[in-house]
Design a protein around this ligand. Structure first.
Ligand code: FAD
Ligand code: NA7
Length: 590
């Protein structure tokens, strides 16, 4: 790298150095091979203090940085250490400051300059995990959580989407539907009960919401036990290190912190057509709906739509799903269509290639012709995607960059935003999974890196997931289309099989509807790069194979695994038919 040629270049580097110093409690300009630098970094590790090292030898313009540091501090050598914006010096000075107790004082003062070491905005899956972990590491932490009511006025307690209006009520209502199917099966197994079996929406809703209430309370208690200061208020930045918190009575408070984590999640999108906010509900309203939704139109075809449509039909309701284009965009399409077919078998109607144009009396238009559809429904449930809650939290005042197209926040592999002291996790991240365990893992690991000198990053690869449609679909790794795009059809071997769960045989249902598929990379020892399962208990089945894929399981290793009989999961230990062979995949016995 040539020396800096002009004043503009010099000023640019100076301001980068100043920004680094300002935004890190401990900053070490270092060289990766220097033993004195290693010693200093080790010291901070022992002190459990996050040390941010700038390795000058690994930077293209590292020499220029070193020259300017010389100019700014009078010190030419590395390590060149700053704590809470104060220049400490090199290795000897840092060790001496530690011995004299000055270092600890400075570290303390750094955080005392702010009200908190960490403020987390959003008390959902990611925010709660991160704030509790940071507090457990001895940091002073505040978490703010506030639910903006839906257009219908629905609101809920602490814990975010998953607990209140996502995974938890969804899975419990899915279970309610499965019990209905189980009751039908039960007659075939000899259970005798009156023909008059009905479902009571209010009883289910009350039971589910009581359970959610207990979880809300549990979260409050655990925040208190862990010394996290929880504030039920809406937070927005007013300065890079300062937020305004407005509670539901409109009272404003201001708080500052050295670091921030954004975990504000997403909220359902509306259609933007006449009547949508007035007449429609979203998943944010459904789980606490005071009345049974009755004849329902679900608009949208991704997993929230199919899961909700699936369990409503399972409760015996008349359900139609309006699909704009395809089912489960982003998922393996072969699997998505099979899951859709099973929904049809279980009574869900599909209205394909239509989009609504007006609600009240519902009108929709075809995406392919001039055809107009009109229908009457008791409830229209919109599930056409979710928007990141990043537009009204003052990110412009903090300088955080947002993708203007979708409101998502781009971060580096340490969940750091464009502003070094502000981090983001969970559903608001650009290009990452929108799943509770992912938000939790990212939040926990982030706190450990920030406050315990840890280095482990959240691994977003091979994340197992399950769609809880009436026939559940579990997957891990690549969808078939994506695998083909990346590796080429000729380099893949796909093994597949239909199967009939033993439990379904006596019940006499869903013969050869369940399906298993693995995608193997021929260039890499037939390593499994895609796992797909359509059948009962998909979450339970997929979890273990997710662990196996993390360990890099190959087809050979699957073949050498002895199955557990009689189960559904054992199908993966005995997959012989390749898709390319076109061989028969129907199953008739064990
Ligand atoms: P959230 O949990 O959404 O939490 C964000 C919190 O921040 C909310 O409480 C919000 O009100 C609050 N907030 C927002 N702005 C502010 C502000 N300015 N000030 C204060 N508070 C604010 N995931 C799974 O893993 N499995 C499933 O089965 C599953 N099912 C789902 C079903 C449905 C119907 C939906 C909608 C989602 C489902 N998810 C599922 C996804 C899962 O719920 C999310 O991935 C997860 O909740 C994301 O966590 P988060 O911390 O990013 O945000
Ligand atoms: P997704 O995954 O964003 O999918 C949105 C679905 O809605 C998809 O099927 C879209 O069809 C459809 N859509 C979008 N806009 C419209 C309009 N205007 N009319 C009709 N249909 C439309 O949303 P989800 O709510 O299922 O899930 C979002 C996240 O929440 C998910 O990742 C979970 O983590 C929780 P398309 O395929 O684009 O034609």
């Amino acid at each position: 790298m040539p020396p800096i040629e002009n004043d503009a270049g010099r000023e640019q580097i100076r301001s980068k150095i100043e920004e680094l110093i300002d935004s890190h409690q401990v900053l070490v300009f270092s060289k990766s091979f220097c033993p004195y630098c290693v010693k200093v970094k080790e010291l901070f590790k022992e002190l459990n203090v996050k040390c941010n090292a700038v390795e000058l030898d690994l930077m293209e313009d590292g020499t220029n940085y070193q020259d300017l540091l010389h100019e700014m501090t009078g010190q030419k050598t590395v390590p060149n250490v700053f704590i809470s914006k104060k220049h400490i010096g090199g290795c000897d000075n840092t060790m001496k400051a530690h011995k004299d107790g000055d270092l600890q004082k400075l570290l303390g003062e750094g955080s005392k300059a702010y009200d908190y070491d960490l403020i987390v905005i959003g008390g959902g899956s990611g925010g709660l995990a991160c704030s509790k972990e940071a507090a457990a590491l001895g940091k002073k932490v505040m978490v703010l959580d506030y639910v903006v009511p839906t257009p219908k006025g629905t609101t809920w307690g602490l814990g975010g989407t998953c607990v209140n209006v996502g995974c938890i009520p969804k899975k419990l209502m899915h279970q309610t539907a499965l019990l209905g199917t189980a009751m039908e099966d039960a007659r075939k197994f000899g259970w005798e009960f009156s023909d008059q079996v009905t479902h009571n929406w209010e009883t289910m809703r009350t039971a589910v919401n009581n359970y959610i209430g207990s979880l809300n309370w549990g979260y409050r208690v655990s925040l208190r036990d862990k010394n996290v200061n929880y504030v039920n208020a809406y937070a927005e930045f007013v300065e890079p290190h300062k937020i305004k918190a407005t509670n539901k009575r409109g009272k404003e408070m201001f708080y500052t912190a050295a670091k921030f984590v954004l975990a504000t999640g997403e909220r359902p999108r509306y259609l933007g057509i006449p009547g949508d906010k007035e007449y429609c509900i979203t998943s944010d309203d459904l789980f606490s709906l005071p009345y049974c939704p009755g004849k329902t139109l679900v608009v949208g075809a991704s997993y929230v739509a199919l899961e909700c449509g699936g369990f409503l039909a399972g409760l015996g309701l008349d359900v139609t799903v309006m699909v704009r284009s395809i089912l489960l965009r982003g998922f393996d399409q072969d699997m998505a269509n099979r899951a859709g077919d099973c929904m049809e078998t279980h009574g869900v109607k599909f209205l394909r290639k239509f989009v609504p144009t007006k609600v009240g009396a519902l009108t929709a238009k075809s995406t392919e012709s001039d055809e107009i559809f009109e229908g009457e429904y008791n409830t229209v449930l919109i599930a056409v995607g979710r928007d990141a809650c990043t537009g009204k939290i003052g990110l412009d005042k903090a300088g955080v960059k947002v993708n203007a197209k979708n409101g998502k926040i781009p971060v580096n592999d340490e969940e750091q935003t464009s502003v070094p002291h502000i981090y983001a996790i969970g559903d608001i991240l650009e290009g990452k999974w929108e799943l509770t365990p992912v938000a939790i893992q990212a939040g926990k690991l982030l706190a450990r890196r920030l406050f315990a000198g840890a280095s482990l990053k959240c691994d977003y690869v091979n994340v197992p997931t399950t769609v809880f449609t009436p026939m559940e679909y579990g997957s891990c790794g690549y969808p078939e289309e994506k695998a083909v795009e990346i590796y080429g059809q000729q380099n893949l071997e796909i093994y597949h099989s239909l199967f009939w769960p033993l439990e379904f045989t006596v019940a006499g249902r869903d013969n050869n509807r369940c399906y298993a598929k693995i995608i193997c990379n021929k260039l890499d020892n037939e390593r499994v790069i895609g796992f797909h399962y359509l059948g009962p208990n998909a979450g339970e089945v997929t979890q273990g194979f997710g662990a196996a894929m993390k360990c890099g399981i190959t087809k050979d290793q699957l073949d050498n695994t002895i199955g557990i009989h009689p189960t559904c999961a054992e199908i993966f230990t005995a997959m012989e038919v390749t898709k390319s062979s076109g061989g028969d995949i129907t199953q008739s016995g064990c």
